[in-house]
Design a protein around this ligand. Structure first.
Ligand SMILES: Cc1cc2nc3c(=O)[nH]c(=O)nc-3n(C[C@H](O)[C@H](O)[C@H](O)COP(=O)(O)OP(=O)(O)OC[C@H]3O[C@@H](n4cnc5c(N)ncnc54)[C@H](O)[C@@H]3O)c2cc1C
Length: 562
């Protein structure tokens, strides 16, 4: 019996919080055929400026839910990353070089706009965010979760769901209600933000990470005119002038967070820019100023029974690393297809339920500990960090592969799942990259009917198969390399899964130059099974039917077929 069977009257998934993590999760779940409710305690969407960068890994995940092109079309592409110190340029690197994914370069789009695009997509799938509704209690039973929801002054609602997913931010009520502790990684620090026009020699489309006597700053273009400047506050802030914009956590008192710090003044930001920015820059005008105080932490557990944590609810990262929004989107992509399999009793449901934390928690810790990103950004502060960073940057400027690795780290597209039951198959797979747990790659693909040149990526996302949101569930993609006779045994081995495994033959017609085979380092007759979150599930040669079978037991097979 499936221990995660869902009671008849329950919504499959109750998503708590309509930030980027909650919206992404809800869209993914809906597209995998689950029923979904999304609630948010705020009556209106948050319109403050917050995260800007959507990195390659997130764009890949968002392309699978059909919104990456909208984000790319509306956003600004980051073409270069430049690292400097005082008057010296230490590193000046083009983004996206040698990146085999479909979105080699990061895109800048204000968070509120990304959220709006996601909310529109969710609405197109028939789900509207229920605003002004707060979760206040959770009670788990064998086949359901009771969630107490407050709708303003009305009598509380007792909602019933198969799973509750806390996407409710750093002060997560779900995390507190489940009594999940957080593992702290850094003491709280205050970061200050300024959006506005900057005069001086800045190149459009370039991300600047700069250091000087006063610490370090990051300068990111927002659009053709305005820039976001981020710095670590160096000393006690001057008193806030009356009428200034409240910080992003202005309602922190209601959530148990520390009271907000006063936002910086334009003069405070200019001070940091002069001391620590590229030479010759001045702030010409300001549209947003904010201070944000937070430490970095990762929840001790990402799951308790039928309840999960996603996004900031599971991990809060320094906003200067530019990864918070992106991590939530990637968490959502990892979890949604597993919930859909678990709800249907497909595969080893316990292993699938455990694999979300096993795969995603180490990534959050790795991002926090990512020394390259940290050293380069220099946000640790102090002379020691600065000296160490200089050494690292010098090494980087000589070593192209290391440089690319740094940009891939930032882009989150090199993150690979090395932990957990699903990654255990890695031990059985002998050769080839990308290997089990690594991101699948894009490659040229020629339509077998028309011969028209295109890309493999949309097939890996199953985009055409799930547009209505009424699919039969997540779809795995089996890439078969070589002609159909060479891969016949493997093709037959997935017949029992019907539309849950889609076969893509990469032969002389669809891969005429052998580029896909080269990128996947596969010999003729070889194959790669790609998960619904575009991660390699397993791979092998023409006789490795057993590898498919092992994976199917974990993540695909229905109980009656065992
Ligand atoms: C000033 C600032 C700058 C930042 N800059 C960057 C950046 O450059 N790059 C980057 O990647 N990240 C950045 N971040 C971090 C980024 O904004 C967060 O990581 C991101 O918003 C997390 O998304 P989320 O969906 O997990 O949570 P949130 O966006 O916090 O959304 C949580 C939602 O849950 C709702 N909620 C909370 N409690 C309840 C409840 N009990 N019931 C119902 N609903 C509830 C809230 O109303 C909220 O809408 C920045 C953050 C700030 C504040």
């Amino acid at each position: 019996m499936n221990p995660y069977d869902i009671a008849g009257e329950a919504t499959d998934v109750l998503v708590v919080g309509a930030g980027p993590a909650g919206l992404s999760l809800a869209i993914n779940c809906r597209r995998f055929g689950l029923s979904v409710r999304v609630i948010d305690r705020h009556p209106e969407p948050d319109r403050t400026s917050r995260a800007l960068a959507v990195w390659s890994g997130s764009l890949e995940a968002l392309s699978a839910v059909g919104v990456a092109e909208d984000i790319r079309a509306e956003g600004l592409t980051i073409g270069r990353v430049t690292v400097g110190d005082g008057a010296r340029v230490l590193l000046d690197e083009e983004t996206g070089v040698d990146h085999a994914g479909p979105f080699p370069q990061p895109v800048i789009l204000p968070q509120w706009r990304t959220e709006q695009i996601l909310a529109d997509r969710l609405a197109a799938l028939g789900v509207r965010v229920e605003r002004g509704v707060a979760l206040v209690a959770i009670d788990q039973e064998r086949d359901r979760v009771f969630a107490t929801l407050h709708h303003g002054e009305d009598t509380p609602e007792r909602a019933v769901a198969g799973f509750v997913v806390g996407c409710d931010g750093g002060a997560s009520a779900v995390r507190h209600l489940l009594e999940i502790e957080a593992e702290d990684f850094s003491d709280p620090e205050t970061h200050v933000f300024c959006d506005g026009r900057i005069e001086g020699p800045l190149q459009p489309g370039t991300l600047y990470l700069w250091s000087g006597e006063g610490g370090s700053i990051a300068l990111s273009p927002i659009d053709g005119e305005t820039w976001r400047m981020t710095a670590r506050r160096q000393a006690a802030p001057p008193p806030a002038p009356s009428g200034s914009h409240p910080g992003p956590d202005a309602d922190g008192a209601a959530t148990g967070e520390p009271p907000p710090e006063p936002p910086p003044t334009r003069e405070e930001m200019q001070h940091y820019l002069t001391l620590s920015g590229p030479p010759g820059l001045s702030i010409a005008s300001v549209s947003w100023l904010a201070a944000y105080r937070a430490g970095e932490f990762v929840a001790e557990r990402y799951r308790d029974g039928r309840c999960y944590l996603v996004g900031d609810a599971a991990h809060v990262l320094s906003p200067t690393g530019g990864q918070g929004l992106n991590m939530g989107i990637m968490d959502a992509a990892n979890l949604a297809w597993k919930l859909a399999q678990i709800a249907r009793g497909r595969g080893d449901v316990q292993a699938l339920a455990d694999s979300y934390e096993a795969e995603r928690r180490p990534i959050a810790k790795a991002v926090i500990e990512s020394s390259l990103v940290r050293l380069l950004a220099g946000f640790a502060g102090g002379i020691v960090a600065r000296t160490t960073r200089d050494v690292a940057v010098k090494a980087l400027s000589r070593l192209a592969p290391l440089r690319r690795r740094m940009l891939a780290d930032l882009a989150d597209s090199a993150a690979s799942y090395r932990e957990g039951a699903l990654a255990g198959l890695r031990r059985m797979v002998t050769a080839g990259t990308p290997t089990v747990g690594e991101r699948a790659l894009d490659a040229p693909y020629h339509d077998p009917e028309t011969g028209k040149a295109g890309s493999l990526w949309p097939l890996l996302c199953g985009l055409d198969a799930r547009e209505t949101g009424k699919s039969d569930g997540p779809v795995h993609t089996l890439l078969l390399f070589g002609d159909a006779t060479a891969t016949r045994a493997i093709a037959l081995s997935v017949e029992e899964f019907g539309p849950a495994v889609r076969i893509v033959q990469l032969d002389a017609v669809t891969d005429p130059d052998g580029e896909a085979a080269r990128r996947y380092t596969v010999d003729p007759g070889g194959w790669v099974l790609v998960r619904p979150d575009q991660v390699v599930g397993t791979r092998g040669g023409p006789l490795d039917v057993g590898l498919i079978d092992s994976y199917a037991e974990l993540a695909l097979r229905l109980p009656e077929a065992r």
